[in-house]
Design a protein around this ligand. Sequence first.
Ligand code: GCU
Length: 453
Amino acid sequence: MFSRKLLVMYLFVLAIFCFTNDNYAFGNEANKNWKASPDLVEKLTKGRSETNYSEQRVPKYTLPNPLVLTDGAKVTDAQTWRTKRRPEILELFRKYVYGRAPIARPENMSFEVFDLEKKALDGLATRKQVTVNFTGKKDEPTMDILIYLPNASAKPVPVFVVLNFGGNHTIHSDPAIKLSERWMRSGGEGVVKNRADEKSRGRSSSRFNVEEILKRGYGLATIYYGDIDPDFHDGFKNGVHPVFDKLIDGKRAPDAWGSIGAWAWGLSRAMDYFESDDNIDNKRVAVLGHSRLGKTALWAGARDERFAFVISNNSGCGGAALSRRAYGETVGRINTSFPHWFCENFKQYNGKEDELPVDQHMLIALMAPRPVYVTSADGDLWADPRGEFLACRYASGVYRLLGLKGLGVREMPGLDQPVQKGTIGYHVRSGGHNLTEYDWQRFMDFADVHFSD
Ligand code: GCU
């Protein structure tokens, strides 16, 4: 009698669990959808008790609707999206999150191709190195773009443009790549007193399988992000900020661009160069970034629609992850550790994610109708994989309004099960926070589909 009661209770609890947990499925499906490893959650929680890694502790939240105008009117057609809601959302991100770039394309900006090698990498590629001088004046900030284009193609080629963390010379051991002389973050092989030396050549080549990219018919362009703005907080005294900032009574505006805004602006200047290069198919340029540079790629793609495909790799907080979930890194945490990344206004939402007029699904929606691809990694709970997935899911309504599929699934896929059915691609990969060969292959698969004639 007693045990029967227990059995009934057990079945009752199980039924409640099944109904409330939207990822639960019966039979073989049970392990299909990705979930954070409980062991990892426990370990991380022990190591960082102020950070939430538990789904149960995600606050209840309501997301702003990308398809409702600020005045409350519903967006029900593509034209209203295009002419009213999209500009409105873009402006909210400018004003409250990333800040406003004070200038578009500077009038006297110049390009100098200082290296052209048609038989680079054993004849596989043409290598170009180009200096972009933002103002055209001597001694003012410049950035170097390293470009490899596949020789196998007679036509202009689609290109992936990627900011890198350690200098262009770190992406491949090709000795002809100019060794960066700029400030570098310390740590890591080949960086002494914040300057790179010969030992750092090829150091991050595992993140850039250049030969493989070329063999698949794509070009690669890369820029050291520190050329645009060195990544430390100095009150915006170096990089492009002091050159272009418009101060009000000697002060920066609360919506003045931070470093992510500057890096994204630099990517647009690279796009300006691509438009002048006949070997590059400038209608097929994909912008890709990892981590903080994944946040940057998303912002670059949102503000500059010349990027035809936008890829965020493990971008997390301030990138693809929903801020309101406050899972892993939070708005308060990121603004404290990296006070120079976003605009000053963003700081008023520290611990108050619910009051943000936007959330990151709206950033992804700004890419529509262009393809966008978001990745997460199993071990990278700091970046909130589920929050990254949900942002893609909730951006999908905008794609559907435009007659496209969006993400095309409602549930998180399993590990290493890429979702590539619609115009939003997503995967959660085995392993940790990194940009891997697996990620690149999936991006190229997606580009093959969306860049085909
Ligand atoms: C830190 C930061 C993240 C960022 C990452 C990176 O972990 O908290 O927001 O994405 O650095 O850029 O490597």
